[in-house]
Design a protein around this ligand. Structure first.
Ligand code: NAP
Ligand code: F7E
Length: 325
């Protein structure tokens, strides 16, 4: 029988790639879509799947709408990807971030518990939950959690709620502790896409500088298209569990800039970069690097796109987009 998947956050980067991946596998895909003044379907349209998705109205802060959506979808699998996902904004809108990212997760868990209790549930947990715990050490599933932002604290709450609903009510919940993953569908405010777009603009003579914050912070950056495959693989196991998904390599924001300018063929790149205090954070997470050995051993998952391949893909996509304009 055709499997049914319900995705919250389907209009976001991961939601779009996951929907495409599941449609290609023959799933019927339902997506939660919230009301905005202008619809946000550009990612689903870029992947050519907008008309293959059944959109259900709802918002993670509105319990009734979630109950109705889960009832209508009758899913075998639920992927909770919706969140206020931008760390920078989470200090300015800590209450909203908690309401969507933390409390919203209880609401969707309750909807699943009441209306689709046999469904397997994926929770989008984050490497941000580690904070600076363990310093420069490579993080694994046993590393202590010490979140450094309202976003990370909200994700930690949601993570433990998903674990608790497994322990308390026997729900099949898996948490994917995903390290940063990027693509040409990444939101423009995240640093990688800001750089790929900025470099493309400089190359095409549409801008003459790129304003950034902390150039020294390091992240374990992978490709979103690879990471959604791990989400699905977690829900295909017989037992629910939590897994880190990462590349195992780490690079600084400056490394990302250097590589992006290289792809664009610009050698004197340092002259284009300025640092702006507006993009510094009240509390920084300095270095992230994760071990996905457990995902490799149990799920058979490994990343296919490396750092250089990711940067190339993103800069070339932005050059193509901007050249059309
Ligand atoms: P994203 O592009 O920012 O997408 C977020 C999605 O959440 C969008 O579809 C957005 O809808 C939706 N959303 C926001 N507030 C909502 C609300 N109140 N009700 C319903 N939907 C709402 O994020 P992403 O990069 O795809 O990440 C997917 C998930 O993984 C997020 O939970 C994120 O926190 C987590 N995560 C991401 C990374 C990463 O590196 N990308 C790493 C670890 C964990 P609109 O389109 O209407 O705004
Ligand atoms: O920042 C530094 C910034 O906003 C990365 C989300 O998907 O991954 C993401 O969170 C680093 C930080 O991502 C700028 O200070 C420097 O150290 O791209 P980002 P993030 O905060 O790591 C995690 C795993 C998630 O779960 C989140 O949802 O880059 N940085 N200059 C800058 N960051 C931004 N945004 N803009 C700058 O100008």
């Amino acid at each position: 029988m055709e499997k049914r998947a319900f995705i919250t956050g389907i209009t976001g980067q991961d939601g779009a790639y996951l929907a495409k991946f599941l449609l290609d596998k023959g799933y019927k895909v339902f997506g939660l879509v919230r009301r905005l003044s202008s619809p946000n379907f550009w990612r689903l349209e870029e992947l050519g799947i907008k008309n293959e998705i059944e959109c259900l109205d709802g918002d993670l802060t509105d319990e009734y709408s979630l109950n109705q959506a889960v009832k209508a979808a009758q899913p075998n699998e639920v992927y909770n990807l919706a969140a206020q996902s931008f760390v920078g904004t989470s200090w300015k809108q800590a209450v909203l971030t908690s309401e969507v990212t933390a409390i919203g997760t209880i609401k969707i868990l309750n909807a699943v518990r009441d209306f689709a209790p046999a469904a397997k549930f994926y929770q989008a947990s984050s490497s941000e939950m580690f904070g600076n715990s363990g310093g420069l050490d490579i993080k694994d599933e046993n590393t202590a959690l010490h979140p450094t932002s309202p976003y990370a604290i909200s994700k930690l709450f949601a993570h433990w709620m998903a674990v608790n609903y497994k322990d308390s009510y026997g729900l099949f919940t898996c948490c994917g502790i995903l390290f940063n993953h990027e693509s040409s569908l990444r939101g423009i405010e995240f640093v990688t896409r800001k750089i790929s777009d900025g470099v493309a603009r400089i190359k095409l003579g549409m801008a003459d500088k790129l304003q950034l914050g902390n150039l020294d912070s390091k992240r374990d950056w992978g490709f979103a298209g690879d990471y959604v495959e791990a989400m699905w693989a977690m829900l295909q196991q017989d037992k629910p569990d939590n897994y880190i998904v990462s590349t195992g390599k780490t690079h600084s924001v400056e490394d990302f800039c250097k590589e992006a300018f290289k792809v664009a063929g610009i050698t004197d790149w340092k002259q284009y970069i300025t640092q702006d205090p507006r993009y510094m954070r009240p509390s920084e997470l300095h270095v992230l690097q994760g071990s996905s050995n457990k995902a490799k051993n149990i799920l058979g998952w490994t990343p296919k796109v490396d750092f250089e391949g990711l940067v190339k893909m993103m800069v070339e996509a932005d050059l193509r987009r901007l050249s059309k304009k």
